[in-house]
Design a protein around this ligand. Structure first.
Ligand SMILES: C[S@@+](CC[C@H](N)C(=O)[O-])C[C@H]1O[C@@H](n2cnc3c(N)ncnc32)[C@H](O)[C@@H]1O
Length: 219
């Protein structure tokens, strides 16, 4: 059965400032916000990894006035956009973006000055090698409070299978780009790699459009 692509969807393009990433962000931000409203502690420090344009962090921040938000990315070209979106939203609780490259430990927070209540990442894995979970889990191991959680949002395979036809079709589209590390990853691969750093999968929350929020913690 052919899977219908929404008529307003721009061509798939993982560049963080592309029309496609903006379109995907508008679709997923409210469902993710609803989940975060149920998971966040009443106040605290929140780190976003791979923030891209900063669309999510600046959309969420006004809903969590007692929280301080830290955007980050490895690509410093997105920082101006994050700061512009912060100004447009008037978000006093969003810090200046910092450079964190999930493949380079020298850029990771060391957890000495600050520990985070929440670390989250949205839509990274389909355009990154599965090994990126090593970096994410090590950042969480260093910089997450013992009671904190790590949230990973995106489309994933479960037990080596696509959960829906539309996820299979999406994977075929990104695999067609023939970039070796692109493609849907399996929840089990993430879980196994995270476990090696003491980061454990606690919840797998079904989200619209066949995505998941994976919630990891330290204990
Ligand atoms: C598809 S975009 C998603 C951006 C944003 N999270 C969103 O959902 O709109 C993927 C993001 O991951 C970032 N990224 C890729 N590799 C990274 C790495 N090794 N460390 C940190 N960020 C990385 C890219 O710069 C880009 O901003």
């Amino acid at each position: 059965m052919a899977v219908e692509i929404p008529a307003d969807r721009p061509p798939i393009d993982p560049y963080p400032l592309s029309p496609y990433v903006a379109w995907a962000g508008k679709r997923n931000r409210d469902p993710i916000l609803d989940v975060f409203k149920g998971l966040f502690p009443p106040s605290g420090d929140v780190l976003e990894l791979a923030s891209g344009s900063g669309a999510h962090i600046n959309y969420f921040a006004p809903h969590f006035k007692e929280h301080r938000f830290q955007p980050s990315d490895y690509d410093t070209r997105v920082f101006d956009t994050i700061v512009t979106k912060r100004a447009e939203a008037g978000n006093a609780n969003v810090a200046d973006p910092v450079r964190i490259d999930l493949t380079d430990a020298s850029t990771w927070p060391d957890g000495k000055d600050k520990l985070y209540d929440v670390i989250f990442v949205i839509n990274l894995f389909q355009v990154a090698p599965v090994s990126i979970i090593d970096g994410i889990a090590q950042v969480a191991a260093r910089a997450l409070k013992p009671s904190g959680f790590l949230s990973i949002y995106g489309p994933f395979k479960v037990e080596a299978k696509y959960t829906t036809e539309s996820n299979a079709a999406f994977d075929q589209e990104i695999l067609a780009a023939k970039v070796p590390e692109w493609g849907l990853k399996d929840v089990r691969e993430l879980e196994t790699a995270a476990n090696a750093h003491g980061i454990l999968l606690k919840q797998k929350i079904d989200m619209p459009a066949n995505n998941f929020v994976l919630v990891f913690g330290k204990q």
